[in-house]
Design a protein around this ligand. Structure first.
Ligand code: TPP
Ligand code: MG
Length: 351
């Protein structure tokens, strides 16, 4: 109870409201997202991920990783609605989240290739990429594990009296873990500035959503937690941005958390070394026909804001950046043996 009182005294009531926010939480008419910048980010994420598929196939990257291809509009739409000092937590499929929050592609590629110049000095790999300076609190290999951190970061912002918000990305599988329930319940009970972004890509590894959950929408759970919930077209970056902006304004006003369920689809296999059973071909084709990049490109083209040459230039720049990141990584040294016990928080051998 002491915490609750403290939240009231120092936290939610002390929030400094940003000038942009409307008191009812709606998006001010003047506020627009830069859709060209969003498209550029999505193309960069896809180019990065497609390159990783090659590097894994060719054994340049030795471990496994979980590709984000097909889901680019979620990370991009969400992160474009945030401030630089807001927090995100991520999951095992986290490269897109990191890039969209501003992570440096060179350092990401170096980490994936196990180089000293990587985000974790080449010792963490795909599921540990973090950049605290960007408010990127980490990818996470424990399904659902990021959500406790989401709530914790939101509590920290409240106790410090800042108006930062904390966003947690998680999958439809993670939605069924205990920590997801605990984090959402506590965030609502304490009215924390958290936003829970469920990327419902229809599968948890090989488990189809419809076999794991009776309810059609995860967003409907929000009612039970006492927070707003919304189903969003996760392949429409602008729709994701708008829904997130509403949630951000809600949270910054001290009105507590929101649950957004972004319906989307991963195009590639679960992880680049774990294929899982085949999915129905017509299902895959239907989702690929709703490519998030093609969708935004089409919107901009129909408004005469982007032509084919303009899009090709965006793709070329992304390809150059990715190739540059591979060259940077390959030119960087691998970690040395005397580093093996540094940066370790817990350890030991299990026999
Ligand atoms: C606690 C825990 N249980 C199981 C796993 C193995 N695992 C890794 S990813 C995954 C599926 C997660 O599905 P979802 O949350 O929908 O995310 P998606 O892979 O679809 O992005 C599982 C079961 C794990 N990493 N952690
Ligand atoms: Mg999933």
């Amino acid at each position: 109870m002491a915490t609750k009182k403290r939240l009231k005294r120092e936290g939610t009531l002390a929030v400094d409201l940003p000038a942009l926010a409307s008191p009812d939480g709606s998006i001010p008419a003047a506020e627009r997202v830069d859709r060209m910048a969003m498209l550029t980010m999505m193309v960069r994420i896809r180019a990065f991920e497609m390159k990783l598929a090659e590097l894994v196939r060719d054994l340049v990257i030795k471990g496994t990783l979980h590709p984000y291809v097909g889901q680019e509009a979620v990370a991009t739409g969400v992160c474009f609605a945030l401030r630089a000092d807001d927090y995100i937590t991520s999951n095992h499929r986290g490269h897109g989240h990191a890039l969209a929050k501003g992570a440096d592609m060179n350092r990401m590629m170096a980490e994936l290739l196990g180089r000293q110049t990587g985000y974790c000095k080449g010792k963490g790999g795909s599921m540990h990429i973090a950049d605290l300076d960007l408010g990127m609190l980490g990818c996470n290999g424990i399904v659902g594990g990021g959500l406790g951190i989401t709530a914790g970061a939101a509590l920290s912002a409240t106790l410090r009296g800042t108006d930062q918000v904390s966003v947690g990305f998680f999958g439809d599988g993670a939605a069924n873990t205990g920590i997801a329930h605990e984090a959402m319940n506590l965030a609502a009970a304490w009215q924390l500035p958290a936003i829970f972004i469920c990327e419902n890509n229809q599968y948890a590894l090989s488990m189809p959503y419809a076999k794991a959950v009776a309810a059609p929408d995860i967003a409907s759970r929000a009612v039970g937690y006492g927070m707003p919930g919304e189903v969003v077209d996760g392949n429409d970056a602008q729709a994701v941005w708008a829904a997130t902006r509403r949630a951000v304004l809600h949270a910054r006003h001290g009105r507590g958390p929101t649950l957004l369920e972004c319906k989307t689809y991963r195009w590639l296999q679960h992880s680049l070394r774990v294929k899982g059973p085949d999915r129905p071909a017509d299902e895959e084709a239907a989702w690929k026909a709703r490519c998030p990049i093609a969708h935004l490109r089409g919107q901009l083209a129909s408004e005469r804001l982007l032509d084919d040459a303009g899009f090709a230039a965006v793709e070329r720049a992304a390809a150059r950046e990715v190739e540059g990141s591979v060259a940077f990584a390959l030119a960087s040294p691998e970690p040395t043996l005397d580093e093996i016990e540094t940066d370790i928080y817990a350890g030991g051998f299990v026999e």
